[in-house]
Design a protein around this ligand. Structure first.
Ligand SMILES: Nc1nc(=O)c2c([nH]1)NC[C@@H]1CN(c3ccc(C(=O)N[C@@H](CCC(=O)O)C(=O)O)cc3)C=[N+]21
Length: 304
């Protein structure tokens, strides 16, 4: 058997088109468009790439994009003052502070300074707590994108068993909560747990967000399982042009022969993360303006 490839670029393109249509219908005048502010402190080259593509995709969706690039040496007071201004700015409906922050800045203090209704990353304790208690809230972009892809493949989460490898606040923990909210049976493993292979073999749904290239071996995978690879690791060499290439946390070439469906890296979860940021910005806009907030992709089975 060869696994079905889950095309994250196609899902993301469909979601972006739906966001664009909804924005055009809700805010025909540019002056009233949803606005996304992205804050980048310092010069992490990978972060700069994401900031640029977020800004470009926001504009393509008919939104306004505000970029704030601050020097590496920015003090916490200065960053908190910027967030206070963005919280008060009625052109800004979504605020994302790019992580990781330089070591002298406390990410918790910064995240919790963002108004929860503008927290399009879904990292504020208020949104985290709402999702944790099964309430409607702004959901972190990566797990949201994963749920949208899973919904197209899994008819009913009841009776299904999932393993999430990695328990970060950004991916693993919210991922586990969303699967629980969908009535899945959920296991969460630390990446260095010695019994991961046995746990994985029980999983109908395997979500890997460990940041370890090739961690998940083909013989850990239950035949026919849905495998979602959240890892984005840069490894040197091997690309035809000798440059660094991206690989996931799953031994993809061998896993393909066992899994029922699998996401590639690149072109899997990554593009959905950015598309979900736009969806969250639209959602935040609707919440702030008291507009109805209809589902975009989560309720559909087919990305076409
Ligand atoms: N507050 C905050 N929120 C984030 O969501 C956030 C962040 N900080 N810091 C950095 C990480 C990283 N991240 C990615 C998003 C999309 C791709 C993506 O689209 N990747 C492409 C490949 C891109 C390439 O070629 O480099 C793919 O997987 O196909 C990757 C990484 C969001 N992050």
């Amino acid at each position: 058997m060869t696994a079905q490839l889950i095309d994250g670029r196609a899902f993301a393109a469909t979601l972006r088109a739906r966001v664009r249509e909804r924005v055009a219908a809700l805010a025909p005048e540019a002056g009233r468009a949803p606005g996304l502010a992205v804050v980048l402190v310092g010069h992490d080259p990978a972060s700069e790439v994401y900031v640029r593509s977020k800004g470009r995709q926001a504009l393509e969706a008919g939104m306004k994009s505000f970029e704030h690039r601050l020097p590496e040496t920015t003090g916490e007071d200065e960053l908190l003052a910027l967030i206070a201004r963005l919280n008060a700015d009625d052109q800004v409906h979504g605020i994302l502070v790019q992580l990781p922050l330089p070591a002298h800045l406390d990410p918790r203090a910064v995240i919790h300074a963002i108004a929860p209704q503008k927290d399009v990353d879904g990292f504020h304790i208020s949104n985290v707590g709402m999702v944790g208690t099964g309430q409607d809230a702004i959901v972190p972009c990566t797990p949201l994108g994963v749920m949208m892809m899973l919904r197209s493949l899994v008819d009913d989460f009841r009776g299904k068993t999932a393993l999430v490898i990695g328990h970060s606040n950004v991916v693993g923990k919210p991922m586990a909560r969303l699967l629980l909210n969908a009535d899945c049976t959920v296991m969460v493993a630390h990446k260095s747990s010695t019994n991961i292979p046995e746990l994985a073999r029980m999983a109908d749904i395997l979500v890997v967000a460990a940041g370890v290239p090739g961690l998940v071996k083909a013989d850990w995978i239950k035949p026919g399982a849905v495998v979602i690879d959240v890892g984005i690791n840069r490894v040197d060499g091997n690309a035809p042009d000798g440059r660094a290439r991206l690989v996931g946390d799953v031994d993809f070439d061998r896993a393909r022969a066992v899994a029922g469906a699998i996401t590639p890296v690149p072109g899997g979860v990554g593009p959905m993360t950015i598309a979900c940021l736009l969806a969250n910005t639209l959602r935040a806009y609707c919440l702030q303006l008291g507009l109805p907030d209809a589902p975009l992709l989560s309720d559909t089975k087919d990305p076409e």
